[in-house]
Design a protein around this ligand. Structure first.
Ligand SMILES: Nc1ncnc2c1ncn2[C@@H]1O[C@H](COP(=O)(O)OP(=O)(O)O)[C@@H](O)[C@H]1O
Ligand SMILES: Nc1ccn([C@H]2C[C@H](O)[C@@H](COP(=O)(O)OP(=O)(O)O)O2)c(=O)n1
Length: 211
C-alpha cells in the first residue's frame, strides 16, 4: 500500500505525511531529501549545478541512503549523516536547479521505487511520475503568505524574503509539481496540522486504514 502526499513548498507535506504515517503504523518517505542531499553534495564539490553529467557522476561516486522512519527521515552519505544540513537557505536556493535535471530525477525515482511498501510518500511527483498506481493520492496547497509565515518559524529570514523565495521555487518546480488528476486537493490554509491529517485519514479507503 502506498499513499502519496504531494504539494507546493512548505505546504505541510512532511509534517502531514509523518502524522498520517504514524496513524497507519507505516514509515513515510521524503523524496525532497534526496534532491536536497544531491544539491548539498554538488555545492560542497563546487559543481556547476546545471551540469547534469557532473552532478550524476558525483552522486554515483557518493551514494546516498534514505532511511524512511515513521518519526522522521534521515539521509546518509556513507557514515556521514546529512539530514541536519539539508534545510539551509543555501540548499533551498540550489535545489530547484538540481531537481530540474532529468538524469537526477531518474536516479531519485529508482531509489524511491526500490523501497519496500507500505509507506506514505511525499514530494512533488509521487502521485504522478513515481507511484501512479498509489492506493490514495493527496495534494496540499496554501497561499504563499501562509506558507512563508509557517517557514519563518524555521528559517532566519523574514516573512517577505521567505515568501519571495517560495514563489520563485514554486515557479522553478512547476513542471514536476502538477497534481495527479485523481489526487484530492486540500487547502491547508484554514486548517490546523492535525486538521489536515484527520482530513486525509477520513478519506483513505477502508482497506488502507485497516491494513
Ligand atoms: N495546517 C497546517 N498544515 C500543514 N503544516 C502546518 C500547518 N500549520 C502549520 N504547519 C507547519 O508548517 C511548517 C512547514 O511544514 P512542512 O511539513 O515542513 O512542509 P513541506 O514538507 O511541505 O515543506 C511546519 O512547521 C508545520 O508544522
Ligand atoms: N518529488 C520531488 C520532491 C522534491 N522536489 C524538489 C522541489 C523542491 O524545490 C526541492 C525540495 O523539496 P522539499 O519537499 O524538501 O521542499 P519543501 O519542503 O517543499 O520546501 O526538491 C522535486 O522536484 N520532486
Amino acid at each position: 500500500m502506498i499513499v502519496t502526499i504531494d504539494g507546493v513548498a512548505a505546504s505541510g507535506k512532511s509534517s502531514v505525511s509523518g502524522g498520517v504515517a504514524r496513524a497507519l503504523g507505516v514509515p513515510y518517505v521524503s523524496s525532497g531529501l534526496l534532491y536536497r542531499a544531491a544539491t548539498l553534495l554538488g555545492l560542497e564539490a563546487r559543481l556547476d549545478l546545471h551540469d547534469a553529467p557532473a552532478v550524476l557522476a558525483h552522486l554515483q561516486g557518493h551514494p546516498l541512503r534514505l532511511e524512511p522512519l515513521a518519526g522522521g527521515n534521515r539521509i546518509w552519505q556513507g557514515d556521514r549523516e546529512l539530514t541536519g544540513e539539508l534545510h539551509s537557505t543555501r540548499v533551498d536556493a540550489g535545489v530547484s536547479v538540481v531537481a530540474a535535471l532529468p538524469e537526477v530525477r531518474a536516479w531519485v525515482d529508482a531509489q524511491l521505487r526500490a523501497l519496500p511498501a507500505p509507506f506514505v510518500a511525499e514530494g512533488r511527483d509521487m502521485g504522478t511520475a513515481v507511484f501512479p498506481h498509489a492506493g490514495a493520492k493527496f495534494y496540499l496547497t496554501a497561499s504563499p503568505r501562509i506558507r512563508a509565515q509557517r517557514r519563518a518559524q524555521e528559517r532566519p529570514e523574514d516573512v517577505p524574503a521567505i515568501e519571495a523565495a517560495l514563489v520563485r521555487r514554486d515557479e522553478l518546480d512547476r513542471v514536476q509539481s502538477a497534481p495527479a488528476p485523481d489526487a484530492v486537493v486540500i487547502d491547508t490554509g484554514p486548517l490546523t496540522l492535525d486538521g489536515v491529517i484527520q482530513t486525509i485519514l477520513a478519506q483513505l479507503p477502508a482497506q488502507l486504514t485497516s491494513a
